[in-house]
Write a protein that binds this ligand. Structure first.
Ligand code: SF4
Ligand code: SF4
Ligand code: SF4
Length: 411
């Protein structure tokens, strides 16, 4: 076992392999507050990558309703129970131990790597049954209850929310750690985690070890498969963008405009290199409005979530760590800059590497938590890898008047 630094946990941890030489890392921010569970992302992935025989139960992208939904069924409850059994009462954070290297404080419990026995398992996990992979949207729109008081922030009495899930292309992937064939690898150029189909023998150790259950077995080929982060698009080899990096299918099709995907620079220790004007870096490290999913698992996942505002905080803290209160406060009362950057979600299929903001005039006022806020119609500009402008969008939605001309209905 090597010792690596996990900045989500604010401490070193044991992992079977040393860090790589650094480079770029695939990363994304999902805003749970905006998702309408239309499943367009799910179908975009399905119709692109998993429509063949043997892939019927595979949903590399899925959107589940929390707290009752889960694909496979109860995946997170099960792994949390295993962790609790291995380390009773140990899943606690010291949120006071915050620093630049530990933005959420320090996790005091055992990760899935530290809780494994090291003999039969390299990461604590379980193999879901075939039944558990069926019915990927069980529990859809089922709320926890109902209250005559109605729904009031900060916590609704009856609640649910949508959790969008893909492979996290983790910095310390449990799937990779567990593979006895070394068939799984993480690419230096973008941090995307892939399974070599030639080397895989279908032992399903990755399916067992991935705490997010995003490695899946295909009986027709007797190999495991997983989300490939639409790597031809991220590489820029898709003809649509003429060589420029492009967001994945599930990101690009998002109807609710909840997803922003990018690439961030990482150093050889797995930490993000400061890049203030990269929108993903800004949301995660500067505003800290987007948080990792179950950081206590220890894989340092690279999909980040803006938590839902109306859900009981204890539930959210277990799911996203101790940064929840700060993230919700930031999202509810955004800075002028954050309000502008949030406009970049789903305005282009190209990957935005940096942004700039041009100040605009005051266009109104809103009252937030009893305080009056001024709203400015700033313009946010997104730039591509080559530094050229690819998109610009204003805080205020523009109104377009269609020219008055007669058109014939189509037949
Ligand atoms: S397409 Fe977007 S809004 Fe629709 S379910 Fe997927 S993440 Fe949610
Ligand atoms: S989410 Fe699971 S399958 Fe994806 S890289 Fe992490 S451990 Fe591997
Ligand atoms: S990134 Fe691509 S492969 Fe992965 S879930 Fe989204 S659409 Fe599917």
């Amino acid at each position: 076992m090597a010792t690596v630094y996990n900045w989500h946990l604010g401490r070193e941890m044991s992992y079977p392999y040393q860090n790589g030489p650094g480079g770029w890392q695939f990363a994304a921010v999902f805003n749970t507050n905006r998702c309408i569970a239309c499943q367009t992302c799910t179908m975009a992935c399905k119709s692109t990558w998993t429509f063949s025989p043997g892939q019927e139960l595979m949903w590399w992208n899925n959107v589940e309703t929390k707290p009752y939904g889960g694909y496979p069924h109860n995946w997170d409850v099960k792994i949390l129970e295993l962790l609790e059994k291995a380390n009773p009462g140990g899943q606690v954070w010291d949120a006071t131990a915050k620093s630049d290297d530990a933005p959420y404080g320090r996790f005091e419990g055992k990760t899935i790597f530290e809780a494994a026995d090291g003999m039969t398992q390299r990461a604590l996990g379980y193999l879901p049954s075939e039944e558990e992979w069926k019915g990927p949207n069980n529990g859809e729109d089922v709320a926890t209850g109902w209250s005559a008081k109605g729904a009031e922030l900060p916590e609704h009495a009856g609640w649910f929310f949508y959790l969008q899930r893909i492979c996290n292309h983790c910095t310390y992937p449990a799937c990779l750690a567990a593979c006895p064939r070394q068939a799984i690898y993480k690419r230096q150029e973008d941090g995307i985690v892939l399974i070599d189909q030639e080397r895989c023998r279908g032992y399903r150790k990755c399916v067992e070890a991935c705490p997010y259950k995003k490695a899946m077995y295909r009986p027709t080929t007797r190999t495991s498969e997983k989300c490939i982060a639409c790597f031809p698009r991220v590489e820029g080899s898709d003809p649509l963008t003429q060589g420029e990096p492009m967001e994945t299918r599930c990101m690009a099709t998002c109807v609710g405009k909840i997803r922003l995907q990018g690439l961030v620079r990482v150093d050889e220790t797995g930490r993000w290199v400061e890049d203030r004007q990269n929108p993903i870096y800004y949301l995660v490290h500067v505003e800290k409005v987007a948080l990792p999913l179950y950081p206590q698992f220890g894989t340092q996942p690279n999909v980040y979530y803006i938590p839902p505002r109306w859900v009981p905080r204890a539930y959210l803290r277990q799911m996203f760590g101790p940064g929840v209160d700060h993230a919700i406060e930031r999202y509810t009362n955004p800075s002028r800059e954050l309000l502008a950057v949030l406009q970049l979600f789903r305005v282009t299929q190209r990957i935005i590497f940096s942004y700039a903001i041009e100040p605009g005039p005051k266009v109104g006022e809103v009252r937030i938590n009893g305080t009056v806020r001024e709203i400015f119609n700033d313009t946010v500009i997104g730039y591509g890898r080559d530094g050229k402008e690819i998109v610009r969008v204003t805080v205020e939605e523009p109104i377009y008047e269609r020219p008055q001309r007669k058109t014939l209905n189509s037949i």
